[in-house]
Structures are given as C-alpha cells and as structure tokens.
Ligand binder design. Structure first.
Ligand code: FAD
Length: 434
C-alpha cells in the first residue's frame, strides 16, 4: 500500500519506520526542514512507563484552581475566549474521577510497557544511538503529603506490571548521590529500574536516516493545507511545497501525526479531535562539574520537572523540562518560568551545570484531556490517527508506531489498548461540534 504520513515528529517517523518494515511504500510530509523540529525537538528525554499518573486525577481540580494566575505554576490554564480550550477543560474535569483516572492509568501503563520493549527491540535491530541511558527513573518527593498520595498509583502500576518501587530518602540518595544536597528535604521517592532516557531529537533524526536508507521518502519544507475527500474517503492531500508551489499527493492510506496541529486538519472533515496544545519548557545546560551532576534520570514531583543527562563524544548536557501552560498556540518564552527552572536546578545540583550557557525552548504537547493518545482508525476508512500523545509522546512513540502499522496493515496490535475506531471501542473520541 502507498501510505502518506502527515508529520515528521516522533510519532510520524516511528509510524513510517514500522509501516516500511511491514512492506508499505511510505512518504512522510512535514513543513520543517528536518524531522523532529517541533515538539519532538528538546523534550525531557524520559522513557517513563512509571510516569503514568494523568494530569486529570482526583486532586487536579483543586490544584488547578489554586494555580490560576500563578506565573510559575506547574499547570497553568490561561483562560481564553476559545471554545476548544473550554471544551477540553470540561472533558479534563470529567477525567478527574477515581474510576476514569484508574482506567487512564491502565491505558497509559499498558502502552508504555509495550512501547519501551519496542524501543529496546528497535535498538537491538538497528544499533541506533541517541545518548540513551538505561539506569532507570527516580521520582523524588519533597512534600510528605504528595509522597503519601503517590503510594496508591504506584501500587496500581505494580499491579499492572510496572515495577515502580517505593523507596526511602536514604535509598534515593544511594541510587543518585547527586541528590545529597537536598537529603533533608526529601520525603521519599519511587524508583523504576527499567525506565530509560535519551535524546528524542537525536533518535528521531537517526531513525529518519534509517527510514530513508530503507526507501521511505521524506518531503520536507512542505506545508500541508488540506485533506480532500471523494467517495467517503480521503482522495488526496494538498500542500504548498518547499518551492512554494501547490501540490496534490495521493496515497492508499493517510496517517495523521501532526501533533498539536492534527485537530486543525481533521476539523474540516468533521472529525473533532480532543487535542489542545499544552506549552512546556525545557532548559539545556552544558555540564560544568561532572561529579555534581545526576546520572540517573529524575522527576522532581514538587516542581513537576524531569531531568535527563545526555553524554556522548560530542558533549555532556543536562536537560530539564516540564511545566504546562494551556494558552493556545503561543510558543513565546516566559522569563519567569525560565528563571524558575534554572533556580530549581541550582538548588538541587549547585555547580553541576553552566547556567550562563542555558538554552531555553518551548514546545506544544498535543494533549488530550485523559493523557491517553488517539491511535487507530477514523470514520474515513483510509484515514488513521497517531496523535495526541501529550506528556508521553517519546515514551509511547515506538509502541504507537508499531501498533498503528499493524492497524493499517489490517492486523490486530499485540498491545491491550483502546485504539480508536476498533470493534471494542467507539469512533475517535470526538468533542461536541463547536
Ligand atoms: C517540555 C516538554 C517535555 C517533554 N518531556 C517528555 C518526556 O520526558 N518523555 C516523553 O515521553 N515525552 C515528553 N514530552 C512529550 C513529547 O515530546 C511529545 O508528546 C512528542 O514530541 C509529540 O510528537 P508528535 O510527533 O506528536 O508531534 P511533533 O513532534 O510536533 O510532530 C508533528 C509534526 O507535524 C508537522 N506539522 C504540523 N502541522 C503541519 C502542517 N500544516 N504541514 C506540514 N507539517 C506540519 C510539524 O512540523 C511537526 O514536525 C515532552 C514535551 C514537552 C513540550
């Protein structure tokens, strides 16, 4: 089959890889000059099956209210006259019940475990290198109440097969000695030895090279403007190519993997995807003193920040990422947020990173209200989705790409997940018409 993948981020490129592996003729289209240049550019780097608590959970509504208007809040709703934002917010609230939270955690852990194995297999098959580390993820808590609150979800994740162990503050410092500076503030931690980290942007660019060698075509610098239908299915995609000329491209199947921009292309087709951009920040610092820098990938619960370290012959860098702002498609850097992240890094690991050479970045997570991505069929028989991966698009990329390729090929994916448009699940979870 000729398959056209729309978007060359993590989800588009992993889809292309697995589709090509299954014998399809694949073309990837993206407006950027290189793959992974938008949200997959400078994320937190964690392959974190253990990071499965969705933003929408029973404690979220109160916290979100308290954080309203607070410039450095971990999750900030900037209320706008934007119907899509309000509908997303309502659906977010509906996902905060204990039952929905448990259901969503089950989906996220199941896809995460499958995806981490798929990544490990891909690494064995191809030898791909992306500054990966396989020393696990340590999630530390400085608020005893939050630590107590984490015990329930950690137990649920263990029941689902994710080995997230609850450990004491002393054990946390033994696993990651760089945490010694904040030992007195540590309330406790969880540790998932099987989790990993790595530079997602390097991964996506290297994987795109492997795809090209295998015959996948990349049409970069091409702005997709519309999907057109005929006879109840997608007939062609319209784009403005790198030379500024209008083009039509035809395939047998189309995969929508345009991250936060997917709903904009789907909406004219009557498919309203519940995806809203959630702006996140990252800071990248060269390591100044390697002995003071962390080795293990970390999650700072209080500040909702994740920490990864990328070490290769090209250099040694710290990547710190997090915070979420629901404010439309704005990608501007907010100085208050940038400074808050750098301050926290200095508090935790004083002298480890060169803060004078900090590189700041923002990206738009394609967030669904449930944190569960949209993968599978749509009501148009030759249009498929691999989008809405929000906070965990790197963690879920290989598993989503592999499962999507199975669905396009008419196979049943090996993972237990509520794919869209499959017999056991409804059509794509749509927002009411606006
Ligand atoms: C601060 C931050 C930290 C994060 N940390 C982690 C982490 O530690 N672990 C984890 O698992 N996940 C993390 N994520 C999430 C992860 O980065 C995203 O879920 C993932 O990158 C989404 O990939 P995507 O392919 O869906 O979207 P994108 O990477 O945005 O790809 C979509 C592509 O579509 C293209 N496109 C869009 N519109 C058009 C158009 N009209 N025409 C042509 N091309 C178009 C874009 O150019 C882009 O390349 C983080 C995200 C952020 C923002």
């Amino acid at each position: 089959m000729r398959v056209i993948v729309l978007g060359a981020g993590l989800l588009g490129v992993t889809s292309a890889y697995y589709l090509q592996q299954q014998g399809h003729e694949v073309t990837v289209i993206d407006r950027q000059a290189t793959p992974g240049a938008e949200t997959s550019f400078a994320n937190g780097g964690q392959i974190s099956v253990s990071h499965a608590e969705p933003w929408a959970n029973p404690s979220a509504p109160l916290k979100v209210l308290q954080w309203l208007g607070q410039e450095d809040a971990p999750l900030l709703f900037r209320l706008r006259a934007d119907m899509r934002q309000w509908l997303w917010g309502l659906s977010f609230l509906r996902n905060c019940t204990p039952e929905r939270t448990r259901h969503n955690i089950r989906q996220i852990v199941s896809l995460g475990t499958y995806s981490r194995s798929a990544l490990q297999q891909l690494r064995r098959d191809t030898g791909i290198q992306y500054d990966q580390r396989t020393q696990g993820i340590l999630h530390f808590y400085t608020d005893p109440k939050e630590f107590d609150g984490a015990l329930g979800p950690a137990e649920q994740m263990r029941q689902l097969g994710c080995e997230r162990q609850v450990i004491s503050a002393d054990e946390a410092v033994r696993i990651e000695p760089a945490l010694r500076h904040i030992r007195p503030q540590l309330a406790g931690a969880t540790y998932t030895a099987e989790d990993e980290s790595g530079d997602a942007n390097l991964f996506v660019r290297e994987l795109a090279k492997l795809c090209k060698q295998a015959g996948v075509r990349f049409q970069m610098g091409a702005h997709i403007t519309a999907l057109r239908t005929a006879g109840g299915e997608i007939d062609h995609v319209e784009l403005t190519n790198a030379e500024g000329r209008f083009e039509r491209m035809r395939g047998d199947a189309y995969v929508l993997a345009m991250g936060s921009f997917s709903p904009l292309l789907a909406q004219p087709l009557g498919i309203r995807l519940p995806i809203y951009p959630a702006k996140g920040y990252s800071v990248t610092l060269p390591v100044k003193d390697a002995r003071l820098a962390h080795q293990v990938s970390l999650t700072d619960d209080e500040y909702k920040l994740v920490f990864s370290r990328y070490t290769s012959a090209q250099g040694d860098r710290l990547r710190i990422a997090g915070t979420a702002e629901l404010n439309g498609y704005d990608r501007n850097l907010n100085q208050v947020r940038c400074e808050a992240i750098v301050r926290r890094v200095e508090q935790l690991f004083p002298g480890a990173g060169d803060t004078t050479r900090a590189e700041f970045w923002t990206g738009l997570r394609p967030a669904t209200p449930s944190n569960v991505p949209l993968i599978g069929r749509t009501q148009l028989p030759n249009l498929f989705l691999n989008t809405g991966h929000g906070t965990l698009g790197w963690t879920h990329s290989c598993g989503s790409g592999k499962a999507l390729a199975d669905i396009v090929s008419g196979r049943v994916p090996e993972v237990d997940f509520a794919f869209t448009g499959m017999p056991q699940t409804p059509q794509p979870r749509l927002l009411p018409a606006v």
